[in-house]
Design a protein around this ligand. Structure first.
Ligand code: PEP
Ligand code: MN
Length: 362
């Protein structure tokens, strides 16, 4: 009996080796097919052909494995073969660190960079309301040596009756500010047709949370050659966020800054829930700079400082927050924007920390 068992085991061992040999042969032929397909510009995965092959195998199947088991096993083999056929640049996303291990650094003509190992700040009002309003914040930022200012001219609002932004007029205001204070302008675009017009005014095109799934907007952003600040969707998973960035990158623009701005959960103590763990996950998985927006994620001025510190500690490349000269009369997000006094306190607390990070002391 023991001999018989030993014999069967040896037989199985042999069959395993034969299967391995056949799989290796199959893999080699699949790779050749992949090369031919690429030369002819044909896509690697062909569902019709896969179905034909499965049907032929099921017709021939005499058991003991059921048709569904055979189907399952061969589907795995087919998938492994199609993966083999893909070239390296098809296997990994453009934004993936596997494809590009080194960090992407976004540089600006006005000076300043995001993702170069130093921590950056992007502050400014929620919406552009007037030249005086933007300049008041810009003057403060410039006096601190900051390099960026944000402000929305196109505002995607929950209600159509709320202030929708000044449009191109708002972008002109931002451009005047840029010329006066030498700051890089970050401003949101909501319509794919507006990139061309906005190009003359803006240094970073922002794509807001509500538009993270707007694939036509993402594609058009990918066809521009300006940096894109992409915010995480209100209820987007990290994977969906990365794939949204891939939409931009796949069109040729890899100057992308990711921005975690909180996601919707059942928690209502904060406006959104700041998913702090997304920062190291995004830094590991992609080569893109990652910022954290402490205003929209928390909606609470009283915890902006500790959340900003947490963002830096967890590896964020920078922090975004909203600042308005007189938030009580702001046309959007009136409750969550810091006034200049609050901002100065916030900045005075955060700046020494930033300097330590930037000097390599932390
Ligand atoms: C903004 O930054 O102006 C904004 C509208 O934020 P979000 O898209 O993250 O809601
Ligand atoms: Mn806002």
């Amino acid at each position: 009996m023991a001999d018989e068992l030993q014999q069967f085991r040896e037989e199985i061992f042999d069959i395993n080796e034969q299967l391995l040999d056949l799989l290796t042969q199959r893999g080699k032929v699949a790779k050749k097919i992949g090369d031919v397909k690429r030369k002819q510009g044909i896509t690697v995965y062909d569902p019709k052909r896969e179905k034909e092959m499965l049907n032929a195998l099921i017709d021939k199947n005499e058991g003991p494995f059921s048709d569904s088991v055979i189907k399952q096993l061969f589907k795995e083999i087919f998938k492994a073969s199609t993966d083999l056929q893909k070239a390296d640049n098809e296997k990994h996303l453009y934004v993936s660190r596997k494809l590009k291990p080194e960090d992407t650094v976004v540089h600006f003509e006005n000076g300043g960079a995001i993702g170069d190992g130093n921590k950056s700040f992007v502050f400014g009002p929620c919406s552009v309301e007037s030249q005086e309003q933007v300049d008041a914040v810009a003057e403060d930022l410039a006096s601190k040596g900051e390099k960026f200012i944000r402000g929305g001219a196109f505002k995607p609002r929950t209600s159509p009756y709320d202030f929708q932004g000044l449009g191109e007029e708002g972008l002109k205001i931002l451009k005047n500010t840029k010329d006066k204070y030498n700051l890089n302008i970050v401003s949101e675009i909501v319509n794919p047709a507006d990139f061309e017009m906005a190009d003359q005014y803006v240094d970073v095109f922002q794509i807001g949370a509500r538009n993270m799934h707007n694939f036509e907007l993402l594609k058009e952003a990918g066809r521009t050659n300006k940096p894109i600040l992409l915010k995480r969707g209100l209820s987007a998973t990290i994977e969906e966020f990365i794939k949204a960035a891939e939409y931009i990158a796949s069109e040729g623009n890899q100057n992308i800054i990711l921005c975690e701005r909180g996601i919707r959960t059942y928690e209502n103590a904060t406006r959104n829930t700041l998913d702090i763990s997304s920062v190291p996950i995004l830094k590991q998985g992609t080569h893109l700079p990652v910022m954290v927006d402490v205003t929209h994620s928390t909606g609470r001025k009283d915890i902006m400082l500790p959340t900003a510190k947490a963002a830096l500690a967890v590896g964020a490349d920078g922090v975004m927050a909203e600042v308005h000269p007189d938030p009580s009369v702001a046309l959007s997000d009136s409750g969550q924007q810091m006034d200049l006094n609050e901002f100065n306190h916030f900045y005075d607390e955060l700046k020494p920390l930033i300097d330590k990070y930037n000097n390599g002391e932390l």
